[in-house]
Unconditional design. Sequence first.
Length: 116
Amino acid sequence: MVNVKLLRNNMRYDLLLDQFKIDKNMIVPNEIKDSLQRIFSYIYHQTDILYVEFIDEKVLNNYIKSHHANHFSEVCFTQCIRDIKNFIYYLEKIKGKKHLPRVDLSVQNLSFWERL
C-alpha cells in the first residue's frame, strides 16, 4: 500500500528542489549556494509552500524569527540576514523573477526588530 502522505512530501520536495536549482553552467559563489540550501531547508521543513513565488516578506521574516528562537545556533544573525539577501539576489539576478519579496532589513523597520 502506498503511503500517500510520504508520496506527497516526496513530490513537494522534488518540486521545491527543482525551483532552487542552479544551472551547472553558471558560476555562483558558494556563499549563495549555502544560503539557498538553508532557505530551502527552512521552506521545506517549516512551511507548506510549493512554489518559490509564494515566499514573501512574512515567510522570510519568519526565517529570521526561527533562527532567533534557536538562539542563532545554526547560523549567526548576520548570516541569517545575508541568507535572505542572497535569496533575493538569486531570484532577481539568476532566476530573472520580476516580483520579489519586499523585506525591510533596515533599522528603520524598528517595529519588526522590537518584536523579535
